[in-house]
Design a binder for this molecule. Structure first.
Ligand code: GTQ
Ligand code: FE2
Length: 340
């Protein structure tokens, strides 16, 4: 069509569309990036993953994972962070590679003799441990134990994809294990080797053992401090160098809900993905009741009002990942609380 023959707005919309242009008044072509809360049941994730251990050998896939996908987002779980469940069977190796995306592993079923090896250091995987794999560190996963090891993977893959994610394989299936177990925690945790320069801006791979996390939440639970009105007794796993959130792009957090606790509603611009680590409860998101049992995973989309209810007589524990560090770094973070 020639511009001279355009008579009305509809003609103009067509004319623009033919040229890969669009008027701001014409909203119909806008890509849909909003999504609703969603919950995945653990028995289904587990059954699918166990079947994959029979049908999908490690040489068919670099990683044997089941990805969580939000029905409203094509092939994605959220617009920023991504979660999968991974299993490595006894004797198996998930071969070494690295990528610009940073990852964490939260161990659901730990096994003595299972390790994630990050830049030459084996990090043991026991139940409830959190292990970081900062961006561009080589990592492979090995299981020298006698049971399947299982964990949650969380990657900042969608954030990295704002540009373009890069990755490469290691020359060889496995890295040599040239560092002692516990080396990074011991030398870059409470005390630091003062004469060694840390060239990387990203933190070293760290292991946050469950025994220490559990001790921290129990100490808070038994203290006189008032819990957070929105999240109860809530902790953030700290970045070992700057004391801030776990990774530059997202924070790993954990909260304990005491029996019959109902938190207040709030909303924030960040996305939160929860895993019910222990016990059961209900999270109400924009009026929708997500009833969760142990192992279930659910996502609270940005700017959705939500609160948590512990309707049982025992404590529950939610593990979560939240992309708030990305928003704060860009001065985009907003949050609102509703007073009870
Ligand atoms: O274990 O290295 O779920 O690279 C997705 C990409 C896990 C891993 C995932 C990965 C990994
Ligand atoms: Fe990886």
């Amino acid at each position: 069509m020639d511009i001279g023959r355009v008579q009305d707005v509809s003609d103009l919309n067509d004319w623009l569309k033919e040229r890969n242009l669009n008027g701001h008044w014409n909203h119909s072509d806008r890509e849909h990036e909003e999504f609703k809360p969603f919950l995945w049941k653990w028995p289904e994730i587990h059954a699918g993953l166990m079947k994959a251990t029979e049908l999908v050998p490690m040489d068919m896939t670099g990683r044997r994972t089941v990805q969580l996908r939000n029905p409203e987002l094509r092939g994605r779980m959220s617009n920023t962070i991504h979660m999968s469940i991974q299993c490595v069977m006894p004797g198996e190796i998930a071969e070494a590679h690295r990528h610009t995306a940073a990852a964490i592993r939260y161990v659901i079923h730990g096994v003595s003799g299972a390790y994630t090896v990050v830049d030459g250091e084996p990090l043991p995987m026991e139940t409830g441990d959190l292990i970081t794999t900062p961006g561009w560190c080589f990592h492979d996963h090995i299981n020298e134990g006698s049971e399947p090891v299982m964990w949650l993977d969380v990657l900042d893959a969608r954030i990295v994809a704002l540009g373009r994610g890069l990755g490469e394989t290691y020359p060889g299936r496995q890295q040599p294990r040239e560092r002692a177990i516990g080396y990074s925690n011991k030398t870059q945790g409470h005390v630091k080797a003062s004469w060694l320069k840390h060239e990387r801006l990203t933190p070293p791979a760290m292991r946050y053992p469950w025994t220490e996390t559990d001790a921290a939440i129990q100490a808070l639970r038994e203290s006189e401090v008032e819990p957070d009105p929105y999240d109860g007794y809530h902790v953030t796993y700290t970045h070992p160098i700057n004391g801030g959130p776990t990774l530059p792009t997202f924070a790993c957090e954990l909260q304990i809900g005491s029996p019959r606790l109902t938190t207040q509603d709030h909303r924030h611009i960040s996305t939160t993905i929860y895993q019910a680590f222990r016990g059961s409860g209900v999270t109400v998101v924009d009026g929708e009741r997500l009833e969760w049992s142990e192992g279930d995973i659910f996502v609270v989309p940005p700017w959705s009002w939500h609160h948590h209810e512990n309707v049982s007589d025992s404590d529950n524990i939610l593990f979560s990942v939240d992309d708030w560090p990305t928003f704060k770094a860009l001065d985009l973070y907003r949050e609102e609380g509703k007073d009870a």
